[in-house]
Structures are given as structure tokens and as C-alpha cells.
Ligand binder design. Structure first.
Ligand SMILES: Nc1ncnc2c1ncn2[C@@H]1O[C@H](COP(=O)(O)OP(=O)(O)O)[C@@H](O)[C@H]1O
Ligand SMILES: [Mg+2]
Length: 405
């Protein structure tokens, strides 16, 4: 009979192509970003006054590009560099990075900024204006400066309708000298010009010369980015450079490093699951079947559990259909709730969730057909979407259950 100990030994001793899989996580940011050196220099140039002449000016900048082109990583590297340089010069600078995709209201956004900017800051039910003022007061007390990155700010604007750029602009105007708050806003290129708050004329006025667009990566650049990850995450000799080139070729059409790294990671996983010694082109092909650049796990994770279940329902019925009715979406949502043991929300609330899914770009609502609204998913392969969502929903329901206990 196989004992639990034998089983544990077998699992632990099993061969893996990975040396350190965590280096492939989206949250991991390498210290060096190949092919983003010039962009980093430009950003340093924009923010240098923050440490050269602290208090004289606090710049605001905007970075935009398509998904997976290094916006988040670049901001984090910039934050690290500037804080270490500031410390060397005796300037107290704190870097705060907030992914606005995971924040649902203006007041919770301001609370999060304050909590990260000032240790032990107490919010106690105050409104955003008061919290902001109190935070600024504390910054002054500590003689501290803040570089704030508001990442995925377009997502927040689309979800909430709040013009956070103007709101923070107003706060900054209200602040007395010295200026302590520099801000880097990050958005996806698709929403520049499309979202009213991100119209070219508005952004040009707000940011003037401090606007930086990142180009999508070329095939060779992706190959270098992948080679860096292979070195960090895999054991020596388990991936030939031809396979790395193959992955770069598969992702060059999108110029998306997130997709390239996801393919690399999944190919490694397939190799491990078949107990192979190396990662082969066939593992890459298998990985490709379950990934798509339009399906980013962190986008899906940012939805509430009800939004996840509703989107899963819509994706499931849309497998053989171009358009579905709202009634069908609702009833599929209810059966998903039953399967995953989740208490469903009422029709009115569900409609709000449907509108959020439209605003952040997962679904399209066609209202031209008289009274009935038709729902479609035009841009995302629904099989891959549903497969990813099922895993995410299981985790979300389990986590919320244990939170409630
Ligand atoms: N130049 C680069 N060098 C190394 N890794 C990179 C580079 N650009 C992006 N990445 C990696 O690709 C993934 C996506 O990058 P990210 O910064 O999240 O892009 P974006 O914010 O534009 O969607 C992350 O895992 C990131 O570490
Ligand atoms: Mg990002």
C-alpha cells in the first residue's frame, strides 16, 4: 500500500524543469528591463526635480501603451531607483504603486493611497477630501515626498465614471508649497481618446510634455526578455534557444511580453505534467491552445465574484452563438451560482454588473434591436475565457467563504 509519506516523497522528488517558478509571476519585476532603457531615462528625466529640488515642483506624467509592454514594470523600477537615489541624498521619498483595477470607489482609492503613504494612518470613515488633506498634513510633518503611480487608471475611470485624474489635479492645486505629491498615471492605449476623461486634448493640457508612449515589443526584443526569464526561472539546459525563438515568434504579432512569458510558463508546466526532461516546441503548441493575449488573468481577477460568474455564464452560452439575450445571460448566471454554491444577487444588481462588464470592455451590448439588448463577446475567444474563469471562480468563492467564517 502507498503511504501518504511515500506519495509526498514521490511528488517532492519528481523532476521539474523549473528552478524558481516565482520568477514567472506577473508580480515579479526584474531589476533590469531589457529594451526599456531609453524609456526609463525619459521617466527619470521627467521626475528628477523631485529629488534634485524637492518641494520646488512635483511632476505629473502619463504613460500609455498596449497590454504587456512593460508599463507596470517600468513604473516599479522607476520607483525603486528614485527612492534609493533620494535616500542617498537625504530626501525622504516614498513610492506608492496602486493598481486601480482592484479598487472600486474613489474613497477607497484615496484611503489606500493614504494607508500606503503614511504608516499607521487611520481613516475612520472620513470622506476622500478629508483623508487627502490629513495625509498631506502628515507628509508635511514627516517632511516626506510621495511618488504615486496610479496604474490602470482607465479601468477605474470606466468602471466608476469618476474622473480621478482631474480629482487628483484639484487636490494638488489645493496643496500649499512645498509640493510633495508627484503622480504617474498609467493607461492602456485603447482607452486614450476613447474614454472621455482621456481625450487627447484633455491629456495634452494636463500632462503637456510629460507623456510617454511605449511601443509594442519586436520579435527580437521578446526573445531577449524571454531569455532573461529562462535564466532566472528554469534549470540549466532544459530549454533550447530555438524553443525560446519559437515562443518569441508566436508572440511577436502582439508585441506582448505578458503573453510571451505566459506561454513560456505554461510550456514548462506541460513539460512537468508529462514528466519530460526538456521543454519542447510541442509543449509550446499545447500552451498556445490555452492562452490568448486578450485573456489576462489579473483582468479577470479584478472582477467581483458576481461579475466573474455572470461573465462565465455569458461565455458559456456564447460558445456556439454570436449574440445572446439578457434573459439567457441571467439564467446561465443563476445556474453558475448553483454549481459554484454562490448566493445570487437580484436582477437589478445583476444589470449593474452587466454594465460594468461592458464598460471595462469584456462584452458588447447591442441596444439597436428595439427593446431587447443583445449581448456579445466580440474580442475574446470564449472557450479560453471560460476555462480561465472557471479556475478563478472556484478560488474566489472559496476565498470569500473563508473570509466570512
Ligand atoms: N522589458 C522587459 N524586460 C523584462 N520583463 C518585461 C519587460 N517588459 C515587460 N516584462 C514582463 O512582462 C509582463 C508584462 O509586463 P507589464 O509591465 O505588466 O506590462 P503592462 O503593464 O504594459 O501590461 C511582466 O511579467 C513583466 O515583468
Ligand atoms: Mg500593467
Amino acid at each position: 500500500m502507498i503511504t501518504a509519506e511515500d506519495f509526498a516523497k514521490e511528488v517532492l522528488n519528481r523532476h521539474s524543469v523549473f528552478q524558481d517558478e516565482s520568477k514567472l509571476d506577473l508580480d515579479y519585476t526584474p531589476d533590469k528591463l531589457p529594451h526599456r532603457e531609453d524609456e526609463l531615462k525619459k521617466l527619470l528625466w521627467m521626475f528628477k526635480s523631485l529629488i534634485q529640488r524637492p518641494g520646488s515642483s512635483a511632476p505629473v506624467a502619463l504613460v500609455y501603451s498596449s497590454s504587456g509592454t512593460g508599463k507596470t514594470s517600468l513604473a516599479k523600477v522607476l520607483g525603486k531607483l528614485l527612492t534609493s537615489q533620494a535616500n542617498k541624498r537625504g530626501v525622504s521619498l516614498r513610492y506608492v504603486h496602486i493598481n486601480c483595477k482592484f479598487v472600486y470607489t474613489m474613497s477607497s482609492l484615496v484611503d489606500q493611497i493614504a494607508l500606503k503613504a503614511i504608516d499607521g494612518f487611520s481613516v475612520r470613515g472620513a470622506g476622500p477630501d478629508q483623508v487627502f488633506r490629513a495625509m498631506y498634513h502628515r507628509l508635511r510633518e514627516h517632511n516626506r515626498y510621495l511618488l504615486l503611480t496610479l496604474d490602470e487608471v482607465d479601468w477605474f475611470i470606466n468602471r466608476t465614471g469618476e474622473d480621478v485624474i482631474q480629482q487628483l489635479h484639484r487636490y494638488r492645486e489645493e496643496l500649499e508649497e512645498p509640493k510633495r505629491l508627484a503622480i504617474l498615471f498609467i493607461t492602456r492605449i485603447e482607452n486614450i481618446g476613447k474614454t472621455p476623461q482621456l481625450k487627447r486634448s484633455t491629456t495634452n493640457r494636463t500632462f503637456a510634455a510629460n507623456i510617454l508612449e511605449l511601443e509594442a515589443y519586436e520579435g527580437d526584443e521578446l526573445k531577449d526578455i524571454l531569455a532573461q526569464r529562462v535564466e532566472l526561472a528554469f534549470k540549466d539546459g532544459v530549454i533550447d534557444s530555438e524553443v525560446v525563438g519559437f515562443i518569441a515568434d508566436q508572440s511577436r504579432r502582439y508585441g506582448d511580453a505578458y503573453y510571451a512569458i505566459e506561454l513560456l510558463w505554461k510550456a514548462g508546466r506541460y513539460s512537468d505534467s508529462r514528466e519530460d526532461l526538456k521543454v519542447t516546441p510541442e509543449h509550446v503548441r499545447m500552451a498556445k491552445a490555452s492562452c490568448d493575449p486578450s485573456v489576462r488573468r489579473d483582468d479577470l481577477n479584478s472582477l467581483t465574484t458576481d461579475e466573474k460568474l455572470l461573465l462565465l455564464g455569458i461565455a458559456q452560452v456564447s460558445k456556439d452563438r454570436a449574440y445572446i439575450s439578457q434573459k439567457e445571460a441571467n439564467s446561465e448566471y443563476l445556474s453558475c451560482c448553483e454549481i459554484y454554491r454562490w448566493r445570487p444577487v437580484s436582477g437589478g444588481e445583476l444589470l449593474d454588473h452587466l454594465h460594468v462588464l461592458e464598460r471595462v470592455g469584456f462584452i458588447h451590448l447591442d441596444r439597436s434591436n428595439g427593446e431587447a439588448t443583445r449581448i456579445s463577446i466580440p474580442d475574446i475567444p470564449v472557450t479560453i475565457l471560460a476555462e480561465n474563469l472557471r479556475q478563478i471562480v472556484v478560488r474566489a468563492v472559496r476565498d470569500e467563504d473563508s473570509d466570512q467564517k
